[in-house]
Write a protein that binds this ligand. Structure first.
Ligand SMILES: Cc1cc2nc3c(=O)[nH]c(=O)nc-3n(C[C@H](O)[C@H](O)[C@H](O)COP(=O)(O)OP(=O)(O)OC[C@H]3O[C@@H](n4cnc5c(N)ncnc54)[C@H](O)[C@@H]3O)c2cc1C
Length: 369
């Protein structure tokens, strides 16, 4: 079949690749540069998501742990295992027994793909592993392992595999409208035929809407009603100078949200926030988010940081399936919906993009050429 995939973020790229591997003729449309959206503004973890265990999303965690192993194996030059500490501080955060239970389950769900079993470090061992950590009230820390990646470079690596499998990239090329009959309109004319004529209106056997945070907007603009809705939740990160021997998973002092302090590309990365926003709002870190993340660092380390210490910051938009509860409780899973020849994906994580791509390719099997 001739298939259009809209959006060259990681979910569009992995879906296009899966479709090309199954013998389809695939064109991938991207309005900006590939991997310029949310997919290069993540926390850069390949993980099952320890905290999703609290909301009972065992299937999602198991899938993430399986996919973590796949990425680490496929692209060891762009992804590696990373040790993370989970400090236990008297009178703060979740109790030690709860962390222990969560990590035991996380190890179990990893199955044969376990990187290393979690272990307990007493107070002295914790301070030796991560010098500079605030010692007041510290009882020790659990150490466990996840994956860390260069999300931009790894996404481009996946795109190169997809192109080698036959995917044709159209970028920059914004898709304005899609139709349940397979019609697709682009903003600028693209080379459509051997004679070099320029076309704005194209036709495909199937269209996969993988525009990430823009998926709902594209449906709306196209007049296609949908049973699902996306919540757009901005997440920001700061980069500061420094070197850490391992990562840290902590709870923000003001609201107990789980945050990360990680070594990344010769600096330290602190993230992330959750700020609901409307489509079209600028995706930029605010001063309030900066101060929130600095507070996360200052509550964890002896050396205090101020706004002037921030070397860079970036933000991305989570495309979350709309449902009751705060963004932290929101499912990080995804839904696939079909309207005629259009298939739309709502949500989806970076780590699980390969299995999402396979599900998209399975679902396309139901569309008649
Ligand atoms: C702060 C933050 C931290 C995160 N951390 C992690 C993490 O550590 N690990 C993890 O697994 N996941 C993480 N995630 C989730 C993950 O990054 C995203 O779910 C994933 O990157 C979404 O990918 P996507 O391809 O769906 O969207 P995007 O990467 O946004 O790609 C969509 C693409 O579609 C294009 N597009 C939109 N509309 C059109 C149109 N009309 N025509 C053509 N192109 C269009 C956009 O330009 C964009 O390139 C994080 C998310 C955020 C926001």
């Amino acid at each position: 079949m001739r298939i259009a995939v809209v959006g060259a973020g990681i979910n569009g790229v992995m879906s296009a690749w899966a479709l090309a591997r199954r013998g389809h003729e695939v064109e991938l449309f991207e309005r900006d540069a590939p991997m310029a959206g949310t997919s290069s503004a993540s926390t850069k973890l390949l993980h099952g998501g320890l905290r999703y265990l609290e909301t009972g999303q065992l299937g999602l965690v198991r899938e993430g742990l399986r996919e973590r192993a796949w990425w680490l194996e496929q692209a060891p030059h762009l992804a590696h295992p990373l040790e993370l500490l989970l400090p236990v501080v008297r009178g703060r955060g979740r109790p030690r027994w709860m962390l222990k239970a969560g990590l035991a389950l996380y190890d179990r769900l990893s199955g044969s793909r376990l990187l290393a079993r979690h272990r307990w470090l007493d107070r002295d061992a914790t301070l030796a592993r991560l010098p500079g950590l605030r010692a007041d009230g510290l009882q020790g820390a659990y150490a466990f392992w996840d994956g860390q990646m260069d999300d931009h470079a790894l996404g481009l690596w996946a795109l190169a595999q997809a192109r080698a499998a036959g995917v044709r990239l159209r970028a920059p090329c914004e898709v304005l409208r899609i139709g349940a009959d397979g019609g697709l309109s682009v903003a600028a004319g693209i080379d459509a035929g051997a004679a070099g004529e320029r076309a704005r209106d194209l036709r495909f056997d199937a269209i996969c809407n993988l525009a990430g945070p823009g998926a709902g907007l594209l449906l709306e603009r196209s007049g296609l009603a949908s049973a699902h809705r996306l919540r757009l939740v901005r997440g920001s990160h700061l980069l500061v100078d420094g070197a850490l021997p391992c990562g840290l998973l902590v709870q923000a002092p003001s609201d107990d949200r789980v945050c990360f302090i990680l070594p990344y590309a010769g600096q330290v990365m602190i993230g992330t926030t959750e700020v609901e926003q409307a489509p079209g709002d600028p995706v930029l870190p605010s001063d309030v988010e900066r101060d929130y993340l600095l507070e996360v660092w200052n509550a964890s380390f002896e050396q205090r940081l101020a706004a002037a210490d921030v070397r860079a910051s970036f933000a991305g938009l989570r495309p979350l399936l709309a449902e009751a509860g705060g963004a932290s409780e929101n499912t990080r899973g995804h839904a696939i919906e079909r309207q005629g020849r259009v298939l739309t994906v709502f949500g989806g994580k970076w780590t699980t993009s390969r299995s999402l791509g396979e599900q998209v390719a399975d679902a396309i099997g139901g569309v008649r050429p």
